[in-house]
Design a protein around this ligand. Structure first.
Ligand SMILES: [Zn+2]
Length: 307
């Protein structure tokens, strides 16, 4: 290897160490003096970065466009979780059994925030079908609930790093202002879709919070967990529903295999939107790599497809 290449590799290594994407836990270098935070989903990792700013280092367990329902722990996850000072998870069985195992290992020195357990239970939706005895985990679909998640993250960070409390609270307040703007924008956009056409058919049951908040009837090709495939009878029944309601566009999701959505579209005569919806994970690059951008992308695609 010549000197140039050695230099380039060294630069890339330095850049990569400042980046929270990881191949394995071994590649995570915790930075001195920062609060060590591990978040399970990409939405939560984004929220933690926004609220924590420079005071925290956030590592996401799951990568972009990775389906949390079928997340399989990787080598090094245990060490990462052990090293974290704050762990932020969605809960409500979104991450399978991961969170249950976390709770078993609860130590007083570590903050474990399970967002779904802390949100007011009367705001949580019952899933369409029985789902492991819990409520519907897709809480981020309702921006108002995500604002509450923002406050929960700020509180957990403040407990773990009290000297930065005012910073976390202020950053959360600012971000909640942006979320309020987003919420108002969604309502304006959605108003372009006539009420009778507000029927959202997607890859799996991820959009019920969104539907309740913004006035859509929602049907998923798969159920609450994208890991369980739909059967022929369910697809036929959904196709009949789509035909009867005169729905022209249905939506695939970036984290769910689209073959069943395509099959339902074929049976029903609807088309599949050219834009995938981001349901359970953020995108890799560009706008959809943040929660704000993901929501805007989804709303634009939905409004364009249904209006
Ligand atoms: Zn889901």
């Amino acid at each position: 290897m010549n000197r140039y290449w050695k230099w380039l590799v060294a630069v890339i290594a330095v850049l990569a160490s400042g980046c929270d994407e990881r191949k394995s836990a071994d590649s995570v270098t915790w930075q001195e003096g920062k609060l060590r935070v591990v978040a399970t989903t990409t939405m939560l990792a984004d929220l933690c970065r926004v609220v924590g700013g420079d005071a925290v280092q956030v590592v996401g367990l799951m990568g972009p466009e990775q389906d949390p329902h079928s997340y399989v722990s990787r080598v090094g996850d245990a060490k990462l979780l052990a090293d974290a000072q704050v762990i932020v998870a969605n809960g409500l069985r979104l991450e399978g059994k991961l969170v249950e195992r976390l709770s078993e290992k609860k130590q007083s020195s570590k903050q474990i925030l399970i967002v779904g357990d802390q949100l007011p239970s009367d705001l949580l939706l019952a899933p369409q079908e029985e789902f492991e005895g819990t409520k519907d985990p897709h809480v981020w679909g309702d921006v108002a609930l995500w604002k509450q998640a923002t406050d929960l993250v700020a509180a957990a960070f403040s407990q773990a790093m009290p000297e930065q409390k005012s910073v976390f609270i202020e950053r959360a307040k600012q971000y909640n202002g942006e979320l309020s703007t987003l919420d108002a924008w969604i309502r304006t956009e959605v108003a372009q879709v006539p009420e009778a056409k507000r029927v959202l058919v997607t890859g799996h049951d991820a959009f019920f919070y969104f539907g309740k908040a913004y006035g859509f009837q929602v049907r998923g090709v798969r159920g609450v967990s994208s890991a369980v495939e739909s059967d022929l009878r369910q697809n036929q029944e959904l196709a009949t529903f789509i035909r009867e309601r005169g729905i022209r566009t249905i939506f695939a999701e970036s984290t769910v295999n689209g073959k069943e959505v395509n099959a339902v579209a074929e049976r029903s005569g609807a088309v599949v939107s050219a834009e995938n919806l981001y349901s359970d994970a953020l995108g890799k690059d560009g706008d959809v790599a943040t929660y704000l951008g993901m929501m805007r992308h989804n709303v634009k695609a939905i409004v364009e497809g249904l209006k």
